[in-house]
Design a protein around this ligand. Structure first.
Ligand code: BES
Ligand code: ZN
Length: 626
């Protein structure tokens, strides 16, 4: 084993050296080489998969599928190229709710068996193989309530998947662990009036017959497999960028995200070439449970970021940044989630600074700190105070439990502290090298820290940063970098004066404020602010009808807490329409914590049928037993 791992290290070193000393390889050549390197790499134990990729591993998928909106079922064949690494007699896949009907090995039918069905991780699919087996074929159907899938009804129906963290197994049998990378090709049949898109090279027009072919020739983990089917059109933004949306949103989307190409260019200047070919954006129905999802080549995004003034485009910077942090260098298991998200928030801020200036990125950082403080307070009084460590221990729990602001914003501030300690120039050089030398590989916290110590941080600097406390201890170390936003400080002063009746509503410069300033103002109301105060503000600025969904969210949350009932019709409308968990969960939580359970239940009855399983799971749990 030791020998193999040494060999792999050597290969990696050679690979890195090769990348530096030869003319830059073409994308294909590069991915071929890295594919060979990663295919045998020994992976860490992942408690959220049944598969044993160190014994037998998939390397390439040919997926043939047909999408039926009537029955809400995908009928498919997953044909995998495999590698039997240890000479095992079994290859194991993850499945959840899949109906497997037949399996073949090297074209010959074989008898499979299904393991025990467990609540979070689902069921293993075990297929007998030989030492020299090369391919496995699985015929199956998805269940109509497959958790990754949302079938949105309407004049034109829409289907989208959300695979992260471990939901890919509900629509494709796979080795559903972030360390296992595959390339894939797909042939998908959909109703002929709809377009199909995947995390792959995509069409820009509908096909006549509803048949689509996809190729993803760079190896990706299963959580980045994605499919969407809907009545969308494409709008070009730059030479390598564009946006897909339903026809009625296409123009608004194209102008909202017109800076996307600049973002890609700036990102490349920072941390090296964008290796995925095109970077496109797909605007999903409002039921999408996240703000964005970094599916390679095609970010999936909520329509709630279309504000009309580009004020929420940092989300695109974030998902774009994942093209390096996450999609190129991938967290080894969900315990290392901060390596995906913390790095991405850091990179997102740098893109925002490059495109829109430091003042804007510092406002964002100030809001990140505000969110982080709230999350730390929540977690430290919860059942799992250890969840505020960067390095998580999620065995036996849903990986979702670890997907908090800690990974994002504690991760961000840790990296910012390193930057401020060693200086930006050195840190940028280090990060660029880190992404290049580990591309298409997994990373765990310990390997990253070793790499950091070898390449950037000496013992003395390490002490100053206090890496141990940041990564392995709960809470926030006292050396957290301070963020300066003069604009948000002014907002805080105005808010205090207004609360103390020293400033009249008419003197609040609301109409000159950016989204970040408005959000800051509303989200920090003290105990003393009353429903009558909200009523006055609403009369002055009509906040209940703002077109900015972040501001509306903060406003609705305050309306609940202060029992400002005139906003409740808007609250209901918002919750029935929007399924983004980041908005939905805190709003229901606020109704519950302020004793308005009946209101919560009434609204949830109407809203729940529109939500994705990810959001339903969270809200069901909140309302259980109430
Ligand atoms: N990869 C995440 C979304 C995610 C995380 C899905 C964990 C499932 C499990 C994505 O990059 C993300 O972080 N989205 C954020 C937006 C971002 C600007 C912080 C979101 O959806 O709110
Ligand atoms: Zn992210």
């Amino acid at each position: 084993m030791l020998k193999i791992s040494k060999l792999i290290t050597l290969c990696c070193i050679l690979f890195v050296v090769a990348c530096h000393e030869q003319p830059a390889p073409q994308n294909n050549e590069r991915s071929e080489r890295s594919k060979m390197l990663i295919a045998n790499m020994k992976l860490a134990r992942d408690p959220h998969t049944w598969s044993k990729p160190n014994d037998a591993r998939v390397t390439h998928l040919h997926w043939t599928a047909s999408v039926d909106f009537k029955s809400k079922v995908i009928t498919a064949t997953a044909k995998y190229d495999i590698q039997n690494i240890s000479g095992t007699d079994l290859i194991i896949f993850d499945t959840k709710g899949l109906q497997v009907s037949a399996t073949k090995v090297d074209g010959q039918p074989v008898q499979f068996n299904m393991g025990e069905d467990k609540p979070i991780i689902g069921q293993s699919l075990n297929i007998p193989i030989k030492a020299d087996s090369k391919s496995v074929e699985i015929d199956y159907k998805t269940s109509p309530d497959a958790e990754a899938l949302l079938w949105v009804e309407g004049e034109k129906p829409f289907l989208f998947t959300q695979s992260q963290a471990i939901l890919a197994r509900t629509w494709v049998p796979c080795q559903d662990s972030p360390g296992v990378r595959i390339t894939y090709h797909a042939d998908v049949t959909v109703p002929s009036d709809l377009m199909a898109l995947m995390s792959a090279e995509n069409p820009q027009q509908k096909s006549a017959d509803g048949k689509y072919h996809f190729e993803m020739d760079q190896p990706i983990p299963s959580y980045l497999m994605a499919l969407a089917v809907g009545d969308v059109v494409f709008r070009e933004i730059g030479p390598r960028t564009g946006v897909y949306a339903i026809p009625s949103l296409a123009d608004a989307a194209a102008s909202e995200f017109s800076d996307m190409q600049t973002m890609v260019d700036e990102a490349e200047k920072l941390y090296g070439p964008y290796v995925w070919g095109r970077y496109d954006l797909l605007i999903l129905p409002p039921a999408f449970p996240f703000g964005g999802m970094e599916n390679p080549k095609l970010t999936f995004a909520t329509p709630t970021i279309i504000a009309g003034d580009k004020s929420l485009v940092s989300l695109v910077a974030h998902e774009l940044a994942h093209s390096w942090s996450g999609n190129l260098v991938t967290n080894s298991t969900w315990d290392d989630f901060w390596l995906n998200e913390g790095f991405t928030v850091y990179f997102e801020q740098r893109i925002m600074e490059a495109v829109y200036g430091r003042e804007r990125s510092e406002m964002l950082a100030t809001l990140s700190r505000q969110d982080l403080d709230a999350t730390i307070a929540d977690i430290s009084s919860s059942e799992h105070p250890e969840d505020s460590k960067l390095k998580l221990a999620l065995e036996g729990r849903s990986p979702d439990d670890g997907m908090t602001d800690i990974a994002y914003n504690k991760g961000y501030f840790f990296l910012r502290l390193i930057e401020e300690t060693v200086g930006r120039e050195k840190f940028d050089k280090f990060l660029k090298e880190y992404f290049t030398s580990h591309q298409f590989q997994v990373m765990d916290t310990e390997t990253f820290l070793d790499y950091l110590r070898k390449n950037l941080v000496d013992a003395e600097t390490e002490k100053k940063i206090n890496i141990q406390a940041w990564v392995y201890e709960p809470g926030l170390p006292s050396n957290i970098p301070s963020v300066q936003s003069a604009q948000l400080e002014t907002v805080d002063k105005i808010r205090l004066n207004w609360e103390n009746k020293k400033v009249l509503i008419a003197n609040i410069p609301w109409n000159n404020w950016s989204y970040q300033e408005r959000y800051r103002f509303i989200s920090n109301f003290s105990e003393d602010v009353t429903a009558a105060d909200l009523s006055d503000m609403d009369r002055a600025f009509d906040i209940s009808h703002t077109g900015n969904n972040e501001v509306l969210f903060a406003w609705l949350q305050q309306s609940i807490l202060k029992k400002y009932e005139p906003a409740y019709p808007e609250l209901e409308k918002f919750l029935v329409h929007v399924g983004r968990r980041k908005f939905v969960a805190p709003l229901f939580e606020s109704m519950i914590s302020s004793g308005q359970i009946e209101l919560a239940k009434n609204i949830y009855t109407k809203a729940r049928p529109n939500y994705h399983a990810v959001t339903i799971g969270t809200v069901d749990e909140m309302l259980a037993g109430k």
